[in-house]
Design a protein around this ligand. Structure first.
Ligand code: TXE
Length: 495
């Protein structure tokens, strides 16, 4: 099997197989295809990896089915938990390599990549803890029957993840699926396959039986589509664009009605009231939009500021954004690296042009940073109106839109006036305002006086067109179990 020697600015040389990880083995794709992986900081090719096509999806699904119907069934919940904890420990042990590979492939700063890897370990450990705490209930319907429910695994789970948090999305999906006793075929994003391949080594080292966790690199329209339409996949979990989310649902409906969970886009409102602590609010607004270069489904991209502090806010926020260090993601103090790909770079620059054309005020940014790599200046648009594209559509880059509001009623209406409903935030020192607005916002998460503070114990997911189901927390376990009712007659027949 092909392998590459990977060397990053923060790690020594390291050998990594680049095949498909099926049945705990590295294999080539049946069609023998490979594709190139690009370093977004330099636009140079890092390496090529093997590409899964429909036939490989069939092979991976068959491996996952065999494991699910065979040895995995005999593994006790406690053992499943131990395996996840072991994997978590190995992730922690390999944090430097995993973070460096993530930075190389995705472009996120090394400090943020380390944060992601630590969160991966936390997430896997958390779900390891759940594995032997999944319980049913006894339901007392009448004295002549004894009835109980069981939470059983769904079966073979297809999981399709995006490129913005390659390893973290891997953990969010694998953790609850494995804790509940399913098997997995995971397709990584074609832009960022590498960190999951490094993690696949650790899956084997942790001692998972063959076929339980299978990881394939490949393209959405080929391997992703095959997985979502597969007749032997019992459940599909997807994180990505709303457009593809709809296609996944159609594929599920048109094939075997597999269960579907979706974590899609957003255009999340970040509301700053006159009485908010302005310096604190600016720090969180800055982090809310510019963290991970704006490539977050929950990015706080619509910023509503109350009229009394609007001018002051815009001026100070500009100074804060200009202080974000943009550049080489391997430098310890870099905050913002490149966007993930040429395609994403072009999309974002298109939105920036559109914002300028529509007449929004460019407070700062609005152009490329440097002349190599997919870097974009942190960009703030002010005086943005509701009808502008930059206020309505997900940009998924370091670009935000600010608008002024007068009253609480008005801002609630504005905040809710989108088809999305993933996240939101309120900055105020008034407890009543915080609670009233949190109650009124139609979003899966409301942050008060903070932003982007996700935690594996807290459910995360979308209202409206931002998704179906919840990831993280106890809620994610429901995505991966199905209820069985057993009812036993204790008395003689009545018919
Ligand atoms: O997403 P895609 P893209 C949003 C964000 C971004 C836009 C486009 O607005 O600008 O989507 O990004 C796989 N069947 N988000 O084009 O195409 C694909 O291979 C099955 C939000 O990268 O949705 C990858 O693994 N799978 C977001 C994954 O879907 C398919 C994260 C995501 O790719 C497929 C990323 C198909 N037909 C982008 N087509 C979030 N919610 O966090 C593609 N894929």
């Amino acid at each position: 099997m092909t392998s590459i020697k990977l060397k990053t600015p923060t790690t020594g040389e390291y050998e990594q197989p680049t095949g498909l990880f099926i049945n705990n083995e590295w294999v080539k794709g049946v069609d023998g295809k490979t594709f190139e992986v690009i370093n977004p900081s330099t636009e140079e090719v890092i390496c090529s990896v093997h590409e899964a096509t429909e036939k490989d999806v069939d092979i991976a699904v068959a491996a996952a089915r065999k494991a699910f119907d065979g040895p995995w069934r005999k593994v006790t919940p406690e053992q499943r938990g131990k395996l996840l904890v072991k994997l978590s420990e190995l992730i922690e042990k390999n944090i430097d390599t995993l973070a460096a590979v993530e930075t190389l492939d995705n472009g996120k700063s090394i400090a943020m990549a380390k944060g992601d890897v630590a969160a991966v370990a936390g997430c896997l450990r958390y779900y390891g803890g759940w594995a032997d705490k999944i319980v049913g209930s006894v339901v007392d319907t009448n004295p002549d029957t004894f009835s109980y429910t069981k939470q059983e695994p769904i079966g073979v789970c297809g999981q399709i993840i995006p490129w913005n948090f390659p390893l973290l999305m891997w953990a969010w999906k694998i953790g609850p699926a494995i804790a509940t006793g399913n098997t997995v075929v995971m397709k990584t994003a074609e832009q960022t396959p590498l960190s999951a391949l490094v993690a696949a080594n650790l899956v084997k080292e942790a001692g998972f039986p063959p076929g339980v966790i299978n990881i394939i690199s490949g393209f959405g329209k080929i391997a992703g589509a095959a997985l979502s339409a597969h007749m032997d996949v019992d459940k599909i979990a997807f994180t990505g664009s709303t457009v593809v989310g709809r296609q996944i649902m159609k594929s599920a409906a048109g094939s075997n009605l597999k269960k579907v969970t979706l974590e899609l886009g957003g255009k999340s409102p970040n509301i700053v009231f006159d009485d908010g602590d302005i310096e604190n609010a600016i720090s969180w607004v800055n982090f809310g939009i510019f963290f991970n270069h704006g490539q977050c489904c929950c990015a706080g991209s619509r910023i509503y500021v109350q009229e009394g502090i609007y001018d002051k806010f815009v001026e100070r926020f500009k100074a804060r954004a200009l202080a974000n260090k943009v550049g080489d993601p391997f430098l310890a103090d870099t905050f913002q690296g490149p966007q993930v790909s040429q395609l994403q770079y072009d999309r974002i620059m298109g939105y920036i042009q559109e914002g300028k054309k529509e007449g929004a005020t460019v407070v700062t940014g609005g152009a490329r940073h440097g002349d190599k790599g997919y870097f974009i200046q942190p960009t703030i648009f002010a005086d943005v109106t509701e009808d502008m594209k930059i206020m309505q559509e997900e940009i998924f880059g370091p670009v935000c839109s600010i608008a002024k509001f007068k009253t609480e009623e008005e801002v609630i209406k504005l905040a809710n006036s989108t088809t999305y409903g993933l996240a939101s935030a309120v900055h105020t020192t008034n407890l009543n305002t915080a609670l009233r607005v949190s109650n009124a916002l139609k979003a899966g998460t409301v942050w008060v006086n903070q932003y982007n503070m996700l935690h594996h114990q807290l459910p995360f997911g979308g209202f409206k067109e931002s998704g179906i189901g919840r990831e993280l927390g106890e809620a994610a376990l429901h995505n991966y179990t199905q209820t069985k009712t057993v009812s036993i007659r204790l008395a003689d027949a009545i018919f």
